[in-house]
Write a protein that binds this ligand. Structure first.
Ligand code: NAD
Length: 258
């Protein structure tokens, strides 16, 4: 039985992970951690402090906020607990703390835990290899009105994939356009964030050539898609040696090579 500590447990993703864990054998929820005002009156073991609950062999599943993600990573390293890290909008300093923790415990970090997005990334690599290098790439993401970071972590992951394939870096990213910006320079990677309604996550990568374009799009209509991936990641880190892993590592190990 894998014991989970859910960080951000009262949030949209925390609740989706708990529901998925309930429906799939092999997991028990050791504790739910959130801000006290968000869990008042809810059933189960709740706390606003992960420290008493994170023990060796347990797995912290983090979908919360950057400050909590950062301190949970340090705590997991100290206690020898696994970490599934899904919070987005982390600063380079937060990312460094997570990398450091991975020197002492197993950490799987992904900006998007859905299987479909892993498939999209493979498809994108194939499309970029086949398309002329001069084709323009624009990424349009849509999320619910309550999302606080922009562009989404997934859009940045996709832009990083494009940059790597094209020999570019983050200086090529263009976050939206406004005013008289002039013609689109070659080698720019456009990122556009749409916010509204209740969209769980929608990423569209456009590759535009002369007189034609193609779109690779992935839509999450139910957070269960993220939650199932997070549980697969929890299974993976519970038996992995210390290191920083990606969802790709977990899918290959689980025989889900896409
Ligand atoms: P949400 O706002 O619904 O939930 C976040 C929860 O974290 C809230 O309940 C909040 O009270 C809690 N929280 C705030 N500070 C905390 C602290 N110090 N300790 C513990 N809990 C704290 O947000 P959400 O939609 O569930 O998303 C959470 C994060 O996960 C966001 O960064 C989002 O972008 C990311 N996300 C990642 C994936 C992925 O696949 N990697 C998928 C969806 C969302």
């Amino acid at each position: 039985m894998i014991e989970l500590v859910l960080l951000g447990a009262a949030g949209r993703m925390g609740r989706a992970v708990e529901e998925a864990a309930r429906g799939s054998g092999g997991f028990s929820v050791r504790a739910r951690v959130d801000l006290a005002e968000n869990f008042r009156g809810l059933p189960g073991v709740w706390s606003d402090d992960p420290a008493p609950h994170v023990v060796k062999g347990s797995v912290v599943v983090d979908f919360s906020v950057p400050e909590a993600a950062r301190s949970a990573a340090a705590l997991c390293a100290e206690r020898g607990a696994g970490l599934v890290s899904g919070t987005t909008g982390l600063s380079p300093e937060d990312e460094a703390v997570i990398r450091q923790a991975a020197g002492r415990t197993a950490v799987l970090r992904a900006s998007n835990f859905s299987l479909g997005l892993a498939i999209l990334r493979r498809s994108l690599a194939a499309a970029l290899a086949a398309a002329p290098g001069g084709w323009d790439v624009e990424i349009v993401e849509r999320h619910h009105r309550r999302k606080v970071d922009s562009p989404s972590g997934t859009a940045l992951t996709l832009a990083d994939d494009v940059a790597r394939a094209r020999g570019l870096d983050r200086r090529a990213y263009r976050n939206g356009r406004q005013g008289r910006v002039g013609a689109r320079p070659a080698g720019e990677i456009g990122l556009h964030a749409v916010r509204g309604g209740t969209w769980a996550g929608d990423h569209n990568v456009l590759l535009a050539g002369e007189g034609e374009w193609l779109e690779l799009r992935h839509v999450v209509s139910d957070r269960a898609a993220f939650a199932q991936g997070a549980l697969a990641a929890a299974r993976f880190v519970s038996s992995a040696t210390p290191g920083l892993y990606s969802l790709e590592d977990c899918l290959v190990t689980a025989g889900r090579e896409v």
